[in-house]
Design a protein around this ligand. Structure first.
Ligand SMILES: NC(=O)c1ccc[n+]([C@@H]2O[C@H](COP(=O)([O-])OP(=O)(O)OC[C@H]3O[C@@H](n4cnc5c(N)ncnc54)[C@H](OP(=O)(O)O)[C@@H]3O)[C@@H](O)[C@H]2O)c1
Length: 283
């Protein structure tokens, strides 16, 4: 089996390639320097040359706030490039994995969203990721769409790293306490992706670490685990200015994983502990 992974210089793509190699699965990671996926001809050529059996599409425009002021650029990557990759998957008769997000939902209510819940994105980023999903479902037959949330991984900037930096610089910080979701470690998500691609259990899934918390609780856990004296204070979303509107409820139901007999990811607290250990090892 040959797997082509996009976005290898990002958080998830990096870990997917590592996990594939660990399992002895032939893989190639590419990023924008190898191929701008917005270029349809280049995408067709690069994918045609590699002849993948599976494509794991992790590349994306992920700057949620910036997207509000450059919606065309965001759509070009999250919709246009995704369509190019989906077409390349179809041409090569390859399975396609598309990584999506909790931002495709409205964020209303307090119940976890099921995979077939109505989509109602509230930001440019969420809307383009939702349209990216549609490009995949309309183009491919053999696809896995995995919606994840609050991603952190060793290869890139993320909330944990920001908290570690602020925690060593400041005496106190304010963090929103009314947005609830699941932090997700790319190392754990990569294992789920590798479990899925060897099956034909196609469809839409939610893949996050287990358990729900607020950003405030997540930040507090980071400070505690890293033994940083910085005080974390609660702030409401309504009091915190950001360009993009963010969902209050990012809870995702993992029932579909259970139904398909895929293993759920470990708890987010456990994932955080392992992530911090991995970071320490790399210093
Ligand atoms: N991060 C999160 O909290 C989060 C939450 C839910 C879902 N997701 C989804 O999970 C997936 C992985 O996220 P991540 O955090 O690993 O992303 P990331 O670290 O931002 O990595 C994305 C990679 O895609 C590359 N890329 C952007 N435009 C490209 C193009 N036109 N052609 C080729 N490559 C391009 C980026 O290169 P440059 O850096 O040079 O632009 C970057 O290396 C994405 O689909 C994202 O939407 C992420």
């Amino acid at each position: 089996m040959r797997v082509l992974v996009t976005g290898v210089k990002g958080q998830l793509g990096f870990d997917v390639c590592r996990e594939l190699s660990k399992r002895g699965i032939e893989n190639q990671g590419i990023d924008i320097n190898d191929c701008d996926l917005c270029d349809e001809a280049a995408t067709e050529r690069v994918f045609g040359e590699y002849k993948p059996d599976v494509i794991v599409h992790c590349a994306a425009y992920t700057a949620v706030d910036k997207a509000e002021s450059e919606p065309e650029k965001c759509a070009a990557v999250n919709v246009g490039a995704t369509l190019n990759v989906a077409r390349a998957a179809k041409q090569n008769n390859a399975k396609m994995v598309y990584i999506s997000t909790d931002y495709v939902f409205s964020g209303e209510g307090e119940e976890p969203f099921e995979t077939d819940a109505e989509k109602a994105p509230m930001s440019v980023y969420g809307k383009t990721k939702s349209e990216g999903e549609d490009a995949v479902t309309e183009t491919c037959d053999k696809y896995f769409i995995i919606r994840t949330s609050w991603v952190f991984g060793i290869n890139g900037g993320n909330f944990v790293n920001t908290m570690l930096r602020l925690g060593s610089e400041k005496e106190s910080i304010s963090v929103v306490c009314d947005q609830i979701g699941s932090p997700t470690y790319t190392y754990d998500l990569s294992k789920l992706i590798c479990d899925m691609i060897v099956t034909e259990k196609y469809g839409i899934y939610h893949g996050t670490n287990e358990g729900f918390c607020s950003w405030f609780e997540f930040a507090s856990a980071i400070m505690e685990a890293a033994d940083l004296p910085c005080k974390v204070e609660k702030v409401l979303t309504s009091e915190y200015k950001s360009a993009a509107k963010r969902p209050l409820n990012s809870r995702l139901s993992k029932k579909k994983l259970d139904d398909a007999l895929f293993s759920r990811l470990p708890k987010w607290q456990d994932a955080l502990e392992r992530y911090l250990k991995e970071k320490q090892k790399m210093q």
